[in-house]
Each structure stands twice: as structure tokens, then as C-alpha cells.
Design a binder for this molecule. Structure first.
Ligand code: GLV
Length: 394
């Protein structure tokens, strides 16, 4: 018998789906669940091309950009991070990373693999940067680009981005093009839920995700590049990896209205789903979605304060609307808390990640789960879990 590996026994089993209130993935829009079972189209036909065009129009809306270089990578959020960095910063060039959580650490690892010279400026994980902290580093290093996360799902902070584009490109205080750096931003856990204006804020390279505030499946990652970034892509001396090459992808996506050149085989179900997420956001409108997320989080935080939970992020203005980080009283075990929430309430929240391991719970209220009812249910379940664990083990 030449088969050294027998067929595995893969049995069907029941999955009891929890309410997904971690930092992602989030529950789907009902229409997205339907969209995932639409007929499979070949990614090379007119019907599919019109899906791509609709996705690009939806992405220009959610990123608030008129840029033509807007598309979605076939891959998880990390593919967006890798595409933005590898297309815009070449070997030996400097990338300044503003560091306060796990995602900038990932950017650091990725950039190092491309031979990029990485410089970091760090602050404690539960606060955010001011322009005054960043400017001396831009001045000293004259980097090709600066990387910063808008929302950090590992720590629950929201970075104010206003003014950072001007700071990177010119200088708030000095003459035009003094620094000439590109601004690269991770909006994985913010886009759709929190105000973001790519063109107005001068963002040059940005990516987001579909499994968080978009309420869709992971595996397809929106990216957008400014005119400045496009110029860099046209004139760069380095070649990014083939799979991440935005020049080639722009041609597959017909970003400039002239070509549809095959690059790789896209996944039609994921494209139907993304199109549907964008349709839902467009129907609700961004201002309404932002207001809904703000109201849900205000309610959730009020309830947490009533139950005497402590926030990891001290300043309310630094707190992210989509992911809340909570510090438990001494003696509680974070993993046990998460497991007990699931066992008693079938609600899935997460423990810490990266700098918050063993230091915080992470609760995500975003996309379809950003409602007052969910906020109340999660706060009540957390209070019950705290009481239950106290009785049994403290
Ligand atoms: C993943 O994105 C996480 O924040 O856990």
C-alpha cells in the first residue's frame, strides 16, 4: 500500500456560536452571511468586474478619499500592513514607527524583513502621541515614512491623527516639504466606526479590515494610497514582493480605467461579502455609524463604571470606541474570566494581547454588535462573572 497517510475521519459537529464581543472577528450583517453563498463567478467576467468597481467606490467613501489607487488585498489585515510598508519604503530607507501596542511591533518585524531601517519612538501602551512628541523624531531622522495605528486593539487606544499628515509632509512650523515623509496608518479596528478622513488628514498609505467594524469575514483587506504615495510607487527603485505589488494589483483592479490584467485568482465569495459590507455602511451612512458606535460605547462605559470596573486607558479622549480594555481587581485571572463569560453567558470577550497580556480584558462592541442592548448585556454578564469568580475563588 503506497498511501502512508490514511484518510482522516473528519466528523461534523455542532458549533454553538457565541456573541462575538472580542476585538474581532465580529458577527456578520445578515446580508453578508447571504452574500457568502452567492453563485461563484469566475473572477474574470463582466459581472465580477462590476463587483470590483462597486467595492472601489465603497472604499473611496469609507476612506473618504478621491484617490484612484484604492483596492482590496487577497489576505488578512497583515497583508495590508505588508503591502503598505513594502510598496512605499525601500531597502535601506528609514521608517519611523510610533509605537504603543502590538500592531506597530508587527510593522517593525515586517519592515526589518525588507531591510528597511526601522526607528521607533515609544510611549506607554495606554496613552497616545501628540504632534509635539513626534516632530523632533521626524526632524532628526528625515524618514521616508512614519507608521502609526489609528486604533490599537491590543490596548484600546485611539490616536488623534489630525495634523499628522501636515507634520509628516511639511511641518506645522517651518517651510514647505521640510520633512517630506509619507504617513502610513493602520485603521483595522477603526474604519467605519470612528471618524477618518484620508484626504483631509493627509494620510498616504492606509489599510483596514473586514472582520471588525465592517461586520464581514476576514481574508480580504482594503488599502488606499494617496497621490504622494502613487508618485513614490511610480518612481521607487525597489520591487516589493510580486503578490503585494500595488502597481500590478492596480492593473488587475482597473484603478486607472485602462486595464484588467490578471495577477492572481481572487475569491469571489469574499468579494461579494465585502461589497455587501460597504453597501450596509453606505445605507447607514458614516456619520450615523460613527454616532451609533459612540453612543454604544458611552452606554457600555457608563455601565462598567456603575459596576466599578477599572479602565486601562486613563484619559476618556484616548479610549477607542470599538475596543474597551478593562483591568480586573487583584487576584482575578484574565483567562478564567474569559472562559467563565463564555460558559455562563455564551459571550466571547478576549484577554490581553502583546503588551496587555495578563493586564487587561478586551471587549469589542463594533459593527452589528454596536448596540445599546449588546452593551447592556455584556456589562451585566461581566458583573455577574466578577461576582461568580469572587464567590468561588477569592
Ligand atoms: C486581533 O486583531 C486582536 O486584536 O486580537
Amino acid at each position: 500500500n503506497k498511501f502512508i497517510v490514511p484518510p482522516p475521519r473528519i466528523v461534523n459537529r455542532e458549533v454553538v456560536k457565541p456573541l462575538l464581543c472580542g476585538p474581532g472577528p465580529c458577527d456578520y450583517w445578515p446580508s453578508v452571511a447571504e452574500a457568502l453563498s452567492k453563485p461563484v463567478l469566475t473572477p474574470i467576467c463582466d459581472e465580477f468586474f462590476s463587483v470590483l468597481d462597486e467595492i472601489r467606490a465603497g472604499l473611496q467613501y469609507v476612506f473618504q478619499t478621491r484617490s484612484k489607487l484604492v483596492l482590496a488585498m487577497s489576505g488578512s489585515g497583515h497583508s495590508g500592513m505588508e503591502a503598505v510598508i513594502s510598496n512605499l519604503v525601500g531597502r535601506g530607507e528609514t521608517l519611523l514607527i510610533a509605537s504603543r501596542g502590538i500592531w506597530d511591533q508587527r510593522a517593525n518585524i515586517i519592515a526589518n524583513r525588507y531591510g528597511i531601517k526601522v526607528e521607533t519612538i515609544s510611549i506607554p501602551m495606554n496613552v497616545t502621541f501628540s504632534a509635539e512628541q513626534l516632530e523632533p523624531e521626524l526632524k532628526r531622522l528625515r524618514p521616508t515614512a512614519m507608521f502609526i495605528t489609528h486604533g490599537d486593539s491590543s490596548t484600546g487606544t485611539l490616536q488623534n491623527l489630525q495634523g499628522l499628515g501636515d507634520l509628516c509632509h511639511n511641518s506645522l512650523r517651518f517651510s514647505f516639504r521640510r520633512y517630506g515623509a509619507l504617513l502610513l496608518v493602520d485603521t483595522v479596528v477603526t474604519l467605519g466606526a470612528v471618524p477618518f478622513f484620508m484626504d483631509e488628514w493627509g494620510v498616504d498609505g492606509v489599510y483596514t479590515s473586514t472582520q471588525k467594524a465592517f461586520s464581514g469575514p476576514a481574508g480580504i483587506t482594503p488599502v488606499a494610497f494617496s497621490a504622494r504615495a502613487e508618485e513614490k510607487i511610480k518612481t521607487r527603485k525597489h520591487d516589493p514582493p510580486f503578490y503585494f505589488d500595488i502597481k500590478l494589483l492596480a492593473s488587475q483592479w482597473n484603478c486607472y480605467g485602462s486595464t484588467r490584467t490578471y495577477h492572481h485568482t481572487m475569491s469571489p465569495p469574499l468579494f461579494w461579502a465585502l461589497r455587501c459590507c460597504l453597501q450596509e455602511i453606505a445605507k447607514e451612512t458614516l456619520p450615523a455609524s460613527w454616532a451609533r458606535h459612540e453612543a454604544t460605547t458611552a452606554r457600555f462605559h457608563k455601565r462598567l463604571r456603575e459596576y466599578s470596573f477599572e479602565f486601562l486607558v486613563p484619559k476618556p479622549e484616548d479610549r477607542l470606541a470599538t475596543v474597551t480594555t478593562v483591568v480586573l481587581p487583584k487576584g482575578y485571572d484574565y483567562m478564567e474570566f474569559v472562559k467563565t463569560m463564555r460558559a455562563r453567558h455564551n459571550i466571547l470577550i478576549f484577554a490581553g494581547l502583546g503588551p496587555t497580556v495578563g493586564k487587561a480584558l478586551r471587549i469589542g462592541l463594533m459593527g452589528v454588535n454596536s448596540t445599546i442592548q449588546v452593551a447592556d448585556a455584556v456589562a451585566e454578564a461581566m458583573a455577574d462573572t466578577l461576582r461568580a469568580l469572587k464567590k468561588s475563588s477569592l
